[in-house]
Design a protein around this ligand. Structure first.
Ligand code: ADP
Ligand code: MG
Length: 548
């Protein structure tokens, strides 16, 4: 501390909070402890919303989702050592998703000669949002947090500028337009990069002016509403397999898009890649054209090109006909499955009833294996940046953190929006105690646990009991099994929220109606579905070693 006692003093924690505020950081998620508690307190005093969570991993997922939803990084505040290690999951997930994030960890004390300018913040903010967005980590020495310095000795670096917007080469734009014009079976793929870039208006214009079919990736859903007539999501495989020209707007040719390779694609399909990250261009395929730049800017460039020489893809083409037919038959199949009356319910029945009551403006958060994959095909998104799921890394355990981020945002902005968080029972377990966080802040979240008693599949109660006759569960239970008929809804009632245990479509409809009508408390609907494992005890062959 300085000796000039007349001057107003400020603590390191307050300096950090002010520096964050100066950088337009609005949200902080974390778990406090020595030495970071003061940082949370100071940040909250500064007007930054602080959400105290129950595990750093979920806090970090929440902070990264804020970055994706707002374009300004959220902060995840953790203690050193185990706190930071728990947060690593969130940092990795943010990097894989290309979402901005700042993690602040308090480390041990260290003698510091000068307080100096606290330059890590502007740098961290810049590197999280410039170029391809991602995670950064700022380490704060413990002694910094409580150190007192003169207010006047601290200089805050101005808020960093929004990321500079870059455009694609003009010649590449011309070439791309030519390739699109000559396409026989064109397809636009809209990824979460387009959502993050706020490119919804431009991409929609392009789709409508040129009458092109489009396919959203999981989190690209809603950039253009799912019910748009040009959306061919219901014919996804067909569209990918036979397209001859594919324009990628902020979507990587990774596992989600089957690497862009045969047999899922034509061997000679022409890819046009739009991405802000030069290193991404040419990954897995040799693209016909690469458009390096901001998606929003590049889309405008393409629109200008088509303004000069208007062009439309013929709506009567055989390609459209193929796509429409396939969509119709796929939609009929899932309707058929949804209408099955047998109990326990199947996934389609569940999602059909959820979709019927889904508010148009809600956030949909989802994770789990079948729960997420099947849910995605039925649950519609109408707004950009309103779907959050396991993402590029396929991470389980993100759901509650993401839901908390979306709900915190909706509450802060007073939008009145609900968050519908659709979880598999296994996925829910990763961060289940965040239900306390949800209740503490009374967040507008409806949790749906689609419960099949296991990971991928499980046992019904009777089979489980039958199995236990053959030995202790650790010796005989299939590793995919979770305790059958677990009453996850009681996790919610434990903290004062509403809990429902439902087994029939009628109970599901009723509990959904009640949850949506009730704006005073969060709820959890535990939905029992077919565990898909009706094998009897004597069939437990997986334990007998195969003979060599
Ligand atoms: P999805 O999972 O939806 O397919 P990906 O995460 O694979 O999406 O791809 C998103 C891509 O978007 C990343 O390669 C990233 O570099 C890119 N991106 C992010 N922001 C922008 C932007 N403003 N302009 C252009 N590309 C962007
Ligand atoms: Mg399950």
């Amino acid at each position: 501390a300085r000796s000039d006692g007349d001057e107003e003093q400020v603590s390191g924690a307050e300096v950090i909070a002010q520096a964050l505020k100066t950088q337009d950081v609005e949200y902080m998620f974390g778990i406090v402890g020595i030495p970071v508690t003061e940082i949370a307190v100071a940040s909250q005093k500064m007007g930054i919303r602080y959400v105290g969570m129950r595990n750093e991993q979920a806090a970090c997922y929440a902070a990264s989702a804020i970055g994706y939803l707002t374009g300004r990084p959220g902060v995840c505040l953790v203690v050193s050592g185990p706190g930071l290690i728990h947060a690593l999951g969130g940092m990795a997930n943010a990097n894989m998703n290309c979402w901005p994030l700042i993690v602040i960890g308090g480390s041990s004390e260290r003698s510091q000669e000068t307080m100096g300018a606290f330059q890590e913040f502007p740098q961290a903010v810049r590197s999280s949002i410039y170029g391809r967005p991602g995670a950064c980590y700022v380490d704060i020495p413990a002694d910094f947090v409580n150190l007192q310095v003169n207010v006047n000795s601290v200089r805050y670096t101005e808020c960093c500028m929004p990321p500079p917007v870059s455009m694609a080469e003009t010649s590449a734009i011309c070439m791309a337009a030519t390739v699109i014009r000559n396409a026989k079976k064109p397809l636009l793929i809209i990824g979460k990069g387009a959502a993050y870039a706020h490119a919804e208006e431009g991409i929609r214009k392009l789709v409508e002016r040129c009458k092109l079919p489009f396919l959203p990736t999981p989190m690209g859903k809603g950039v253009i509403p799912d019910n748009h007539p040009n959306c061919v999501a219901a014919a996804r495989s067909r569209a990918l397999q036979f397209a001859d020209v594919i324009v990628l707007f902020g979507a990587r040719l990774n596992w989600i898009l089957h690497f862009g390779l045969p047999p899922r694609y034509q061997p000679d399909v022409k890819f046009i890649q739009v991405d802000i990250c030069a290193e991404e261009l040419g990954n897995n395929v040799k693209p016909a054209v690469t458009l390096l730049g901001d998606i929003n800017a590049v889309t405008k460039q393409l629109l200008e090109q088509f303004d000069k020489t208007p062009w439309q893809y013929p709506p009567e083409s055989s390609w459209w006909k193929t796509l429409r037919e396939k969509m119709k038959s796929n939609e009929a199949t899932s309707k058929e499955l949804a209408s099955q009356k047998s109990l326990p319910m199947n996934y389609y029945t569940v999602f059909y009833h959820v979709q019927e009551q889904l508010p148009r403006d809600c956030f949909v958060v989802s994770e789990g294996a079948n729960t997420m994959d099947i849910g995605r095909t039925v649950l519609q998104n109408y707004l950009p940046r309103h779907r959050l799921d396991a993402g590029t890394f396929g991470t389980m355990g993100v759901g509650l953190g993401f839901a908390i981020a979306a709900a915190t945002l909706a509450k802060a902005r007073n939008t009145g929006q609900r968050v519908i968080c659709v979880e598999g029972d296994s996925a829910f377990g990763f961060s289940g105690m965040e239900v306390e966080t949800i209740c503490r802040y009374n967040l507008p979240i409806i949790l749906l646990v689609v419960n099949n008693n296991g990971i991928y599949q499980g046992f019904d109660v009777d089979s489980w009991k039958e199995m236990l006759k053959f030995g202790d569960a650790t010796a005989v239970a299939p590793p995919v099994c979770l305790l059958p008929n677990s009453h996850y809804e009681q996790v919610m009632t434990a903290f004062g929220g509403k809990g429902y245990f439902v087994q029939t479509p009628e109970e599901l409809q009723k509990s959904l109606r009640e949850s949506l009508a009730d704006t005073t408390a969060p709820s959890l609907i535990n939905i029992m579905i077919e565990p898909q494992a009706t094998r009897k005890a004597q069939d437990f062959h997986w334990l007998t070693r195969s003979k060599i």
